[in-house]
Design a protein around this ligand. Sequence first.
Ligand SMILES: Nc1ncnc2c1ncn2[C@@H]1O[C@H](COP(=O)(O)OP(=O)(O)OP(=O)(O)O)[C@@H](O)[C@H]1O
Ligand SMILES: [Mg+2]
Length: 357
Amino acid sequence: MTQEKKTPFSYEDLLESLAEGVIAIDTEMKVCVFNQSAEKLLEVSRSLVVGKPLGEYFRRNPRIAEMLKETLEEGRLFAEYEEKLFRRITGDTIPAGITTSQLFDAEGNLKGAAALIRDLSGIKSLEEGSLRKERLAYLGTFAANLAHEIRNPLSGMRGAAQLLARRIKDPAHSEYLEVITKEADRLNAILNGMLDFAKPAKLRKKPFNIHKALDSVAFLLNEPGSSFIKSYDPSIPEISGDENQLKQVFLNLVKNAKESLSEGGVIHLTTRAITEFHLVEGGSAGRMVSLEIKDNGCGIKPEDMEKIFTPFFTTKHKGSGLGMAITLKIVKEHGGHLKIDSAPGKGTTVTVYLPLA
Ligand SMILES: Nc1ncnc2c1ncn2[C@@H]1O[C@H](COP(=O)(O)OP(=O)(O)OP(=O)(O)O)[C@@H](O)[C@H]1O
Ligand SMILES: [Mg+2]
């Protein structure tokens, strides 16, 4: 294809002026383009990379090499795929968005593949910092105000229903009043959950026995027909945390597990002390305790997985959808992590990791 109009710069100039890093490989997987921004982002001089096999200089960034290979060989495309990039000189990592495409010549023959790398560190820190915090703080006050506003008229309604219940003799009518009272209580519980979620963290940490806390929660929820199988690691020392808030976490998770079960379902509660557990984010290492809550219930659909922490997301008739959101918030405030594995029809395993002092 010929260019109609002459540009005052070459394609080379264009490539070198882009803020995005550009890496291109030929069909032999050798690097043939590595622009200035790629040099800056990865902190590698192009003289070390160009003409060399792709794998060689991307040992510390294997995902880029894999993505380019998959794009070249299988035609798979990645769009703004978020990855952490390792930088050679400073040794730190930065978040990047990677987009790949196959390269064809004018006749439509496959000639290679290219990756466009966008530095997301500015965007990410903005998101994580001010913007997100501001939005959360705003949502928090909004939710708290709303909850307070609803609460007063609600307790008025509940009180009136109770007064009326004393005067009414017809059992059919008192049944209606019972519904009003019960539903008012349910609304009130939702409001409490909203307030819990919106409240800024105020942890009252002290050492406590995690197994006793778990037992008290299991006891609360143990009705006939459900069974718990406990397997506690006796070597776990007392953990330091806000006992009431962590009990709330256990309660939410065990309740979810119970609600997922059909008849004959079982819940396994397992604790372990883990040494050298590496947090995925942040990369810090330390001693942790893991608590596994495993059910053989209905499981979570893959498309619901990312929504379960969103406030008010629920698949239950009478759920508030706040349980998991509150759980994640409390666990994070304790410096912990959550992991969820689930298969529809098979069951769900939620693992809580909490740091040991
Ligand atoms: N162990 C589990 N098994 C199957 N689904 C689960 C499990 N845990 C969570 N979920 C799914 O995640 C959704 C959100 O859970 P969450 O605890 O936040 O709210 P909820 O249980 O619906 O309501 P609430 O906890 O307020 O009673 C649930 O509706 C359910 O679809
Ligand atoms: Mg729940």
